[in-house]
Write a protein that binds this ligand. Structure first.
Ligand code: CTP
Length: 399
């Protein structure tokens, strides 16, 4: 649990501030000592009285408290904390944090904190998607701060989409898994690829495949449950992320997936590459819709970069690389060739000849082949159970 952990909870001006009451209650119940710092705007959404009653500590808002004559020392607050959590984190506070601005007690205490910092954004869909916000989030991650991914659903504006603050229960689970040594992947960063890629032909058409992303998303969820911080790079997929320990990066093409993988690869301990990446992409993408004219029509294609092979060439000692092989013939030989060619530690073979294996299904049937050519064959299982098997094997490889 969070016994004895000192947590600064920063609450910003967002409608999701109402969730701060449940959050404080759950943190206290888990054994944490909670010091709430609110921004001036947060006070309009939920009263300090509510949060101070639940946290059993006066809530701090200003550097100087005129009623008591007390000066709140931001440096002491920053150093006192074992964990610093900002939830809800508004776009404005994220921007200040990313730029080192400290015009209020919360952002000044943040700048003084030496402990792990978690932030749970809450804002409207368009604010969340704005390049300025995305840049700020990336910058905070580059400082080592941990994003608690917002959820998708109905937003206070009436719009539907991403931007909802993660639920208090999920946030507390994440903090517990971060401090709890019994989670085998605690402190590990893992990158997962999932889904298909779409290679544009013209503004309305693309070359794609039937991958649904179900396997990769199930793997990401399982790794996060085991305590890992997961970066999930997904091609177009209708799957949703549930665990707040997963940061989702959406891409469309093989080239975009390559870029996202290269950006993240150096800092991760392991990769599980389950995406069905296009092997070929059109040489030219028409800028206008191609009109139907001739009876036959050819599209010239060029090879995409093999992302997994590129990572295999760059792999540093200690990094674990797991790939997939979806085969229809010579399954085992093809999988072993890929294992060798791509410098993998493990390859997960699924054969389309096995009933219950393949795209879009909720089940899969796999054989794992490791570097020493040890084969482990599993029964047909749900993709969640298959993800747990893969996760167990990864934990062994990382030990
Ligand atoms: N892969 C990749 N980048 C590509 C193609 C494949 O990272 N451009 C990865 C997949 O994510 C998977 C593994 O390589 O983990 C094997 O993919 P697969 O499509 O089975 O094999 P290919 O190497 O593309 O070979 P082929 O299509 O000829 O079977």
């Amino acid at each position: 649990m969070l016994n004895g952990k000192k947590i600064v909870l920063g609450v910003c001006g967002s409608i999701a501030a109402y969730k701060a009451a449940t959050l404080v209650r759950l943190l206290v119940k888990a054994g944490a000592e909670v010091q709430v710092i609110m921004t001036a705007d947060a006070v309009s959404f939920i009263t300090p009285l509510t949060l101070s009653t639940l946290s059993k500590k006066p809530v701090l808002v200003n550097y100087f408290e005129p009623t008591t004559g007390v000066w709140n020392n931001h440096v002491e607050l920053g150093l006192w904390a074992d964990m610093f959590l900002i939830a809800p984190a508004s776009a404005n506070t994220l921007a200040k944090m990313a730029n080192g601005q400290c015009d209020n007690l919360l952002t000044a205490a943040y700048l003084s904190a030496k402990c792990p910092v978690y932030f749970a954004p809450a804002m409207d869909l368009d604010m969340w998607r704005h390049p300025a916000t995305l840049n700020n989030v990336q910058r905070l991650q580059s400082y080592g701060n941990i994003l608690i991914q917002p959820g998708t659903g109905e937003l206070a504006s009436g719009l539907h989409g991403e931007g909802r603050m993660a639920e208090p229960e999920e946030i507390v689970d994440l903090l517990i898994s971060a401090v709890n040594d019994t989670f085998p992947l605690k402190g590990k960063k893992i990158m997962v690829t999932a889904g298909p890629t779409h290679e544009a032909i013209d503004p309305v058409r693309f070359i794609g495949n039937h991958s649904s992303g179900k396997m990769g998303f199930a793997i990401a969820e399982e790794l996060a449950k085991q305590g890992a911080t997961v970066t999930l790079i997904s091609g177009p997929s209708a799957q949703a992320v549930n665990h707040p320990g997963i940061t989702r990066i959406d891409v469309t093409s093989a080239a975009e997936m390559l870029d996202a993988c290269l950006t993240n690869f150096e800092t991760v301990d392991a990769c599980v590459m389950s995406a069905a990446v296009a092997d070929y992409t059109p040489v030219e993408v028409a800028t206008q819709k191609i009109k139907k004219q001739t009876d036959s029509f050819n599209i010239e294609l060029k090879k995409t970069t093999d992302i997994l092979r590129t990572l295999g060439e760059r792999k540093s000692p200690g990094q674990v690389l797991i790939g997939f092989a979806l085969e229809t013939q010579n399954e085992e030989q093809n999988a072993v060739d890929k294992l060798r060619k791509k410098n993998l530690d493990l390859i997960i073979l699924n054969s389309l000849n096995d009933a219950g294996a393949g795209f879009a299904l909720d089940t899969n049937k796999i054989t794992m082949i490791d570097k020493d050519l040890v084969y482990t064959t599993f029964d047909i299982k749900s993709k969640t159970e298959v993800a747990a098997d893969i996760c167990r094997e990864l934990i062994k490889l990382m030990a």
